[in-house]
Design a protein around this ligand. Structure first.
Ligand code: HEM
Length: 145
């Protein structure tokens, strides 16, 4: 008997993950808190990294690992101010993207459960986001005042 199809295959493979990530980044592009967090002007490369990661996680191609190595996602997010507000905004963009993907209820629930738990695990600060405020740290960590 052959192995059951991976989740990646069951939901429609590459086209589905591309659609999901495209819809997600359309939301990010419009979000005033999330958008400035992304260092590159073009969101395309970040979209590719998230898509490759999700495809690999769900049993698809392993391009993420080949190009980026071990995910270590919590560590990779440390430079960014991921507070509960950023998490909720990230999840709102992702919720709209998951709704747009047209998955079956069981696939949708499985994917959403994972994304919600992963987003909660990514929170790395409960400090308010003071970027630009007086006394906020400069990019090299020194206080302005
Ligand atoms: C909770 C809110 C989150 C925020 C605000 C956030 C923000 C960011 C930012 C600003 C980047 C850098 C963009 C880039 O250069 O790729 C990034 C990278 C990334 N994020 Fe998130 N993220 C969040 C949650 C998540 C979650 C839940 C996942 C996975 C399910 C995830 C997966 C990734 C991946 C795969 C990368 C690229 C890592 C690499 O450099 O290889 N993120 N994220």
């Amino acid at each position: 008997m052959s192995d059951p199809a991976s989740f990646y295959e069951q939901v429609g493979g590459h086209a589905t993950f591309q659609r999901l990530v495209d819809a997600f980044y359309r939301g990010v592009a419009l979000d005033p808190v999330l958008r400035p967090m992304y260092p590159e002007e073009d969101l395309g490369p970040a979209a590719d990294r998230l898509r490759m990661f999700l495809e690999q996680y769900w049993g698809g191609p392993t391009a993420y690992g080949e190009q980026r190595g071990h995910p270590r996602l919590r560590m990779r997010h440390i430079p960014f101010h991921v507070d509960p507000d950023a998490r909720d905004r990230w999840l709102r963009c992702m919720r709209a993207a998951v709704d747009d993907a047209g998955l079956s209820p069981i696939h949708e629930a499985t994917l959403w459960d994972y994304l919600e738990r992963a987003a909660h695990a990514m929170v790395n600060t409960f400090e308010p986001n003071r970027a630009g405020a007086p006394g906020a740290p400069t990019p090299d960590g020194r206080p302005i005042l």
